[in-house]
Design a protein around this ligand. Structure first.
Ligand code: CU
Length: 259
């Protein structure tokens, strides 16, 4: 019993000393580049907060004005070599890489970057909850997605994911219409009719760079920037595990003392 009482202050000290170092926010930057000659581009920051939430911040320009732009994190945590496509992904040769044509390259929808509500793959085409570009084609998006709402492995594999923004204007009339590229085959396959292909074709794509968050790439081309940062990430998670253990020990010790 005496030993437990002596151990308690030491564990409490560890608990108080650990949080600021182990639970700092970690950010990665994503440069969004034009796809389909959209002329759009942007910058995004993905921040994993100390409590495991994902803060997403996107600033884009050159998008179709006054129009909603579906946007997603694409990719996988399952060890595939996904990246942003080039025009060689345009298999049907219509001059545009469609969402379906892009998917083998950039992966399936992983998280839907909606403005409110559900963020799962199921909300991929929820255009009523997607950000809208202003009259000049600028888009501003900020949302924090709770850690509990993220698919397993999101934080650990952040650098295996990409941001894709959808919505192009093929016939240059500053809106989505069926005259541009016809009806969206993607929307049609999801049971939605009358949605222009222009609304669903990707306009920008960006890969995570300089990743301090995230583990060693799980396969394919290694896009990381060296082992030092990967080791730092390992220590980051080791710190979190140590903290959890300290909490458990304190809880256990308290119970013993109270008895
Ligand atoms: Cu997408």
């Amino acid at each position: 019993m005496k030993r437990i009482l002596f151990a308690f202050p030491a564990v409490a000290a560890l608990l108080l000393a650990t949080p600021s170092a182990a639970l700092a926010d970690e950010s990665v930057h994503v440069k969004l580049l034009a796809l389909n000659n959209s002329g759009a581009s942007g910058n995004a920051t993905l921040t994993v907060t100390g409590n495991g939430d994902l803060k997403v911040s996107i600033r884009s320009t050159g998008l179709v004005p006054n129009s909603p732009h579906a946007q997603h994190l694409h990719g996988s945590t399952g060890g595939m070599d996904f990246h942003c496509p080039d025009m060689s992904a345009d298999k049907n040769g219509n001059g545009y890489v469609s969402t379906e044509e892009g998917m083998p390259v950039y992966g399936d929808i992983f998280v839907s970057l909606t403005t409110k509500g559900d963020t799962s793959k199921a909300s991929g085409l929820a255009v009523d909850r997607m950000p809208v570009a202003d009259a000049k084609g600028n888009l501003k998006y900020d949302r924090t997605i709770a850690g509990a709402d993220l698919p397993p492995g999101t934080v650990e594999h952040l650098k295996d994911l990409h941001i894709v923004e959808h919505g192009v204007d093929a016939n240059g009339n500053n809106k989505y219409d069926l005259d541009g590229l016809g009806e969206s085959t993607l929307a049609k396959s999801a049971g939605l009719s009358g949605i222009p292909e222009e609304a669903t074709d990707p306009a920008t794509c960006g890969m995570v760079s300089g990743a301090a968050v995230g583990s060693v790439p799980v396969g394919g081309v290694a896009t990381g920037d060296g082992s030092t940062r990967d080791r730092a990430a390992v220590w980051y998670y080791a710190g979190g595990a140590a903290l959890l253990m300290a909490v458990a020990v304190v809880a256990f010790t308290r119970r013993r003392i109270e008895r």
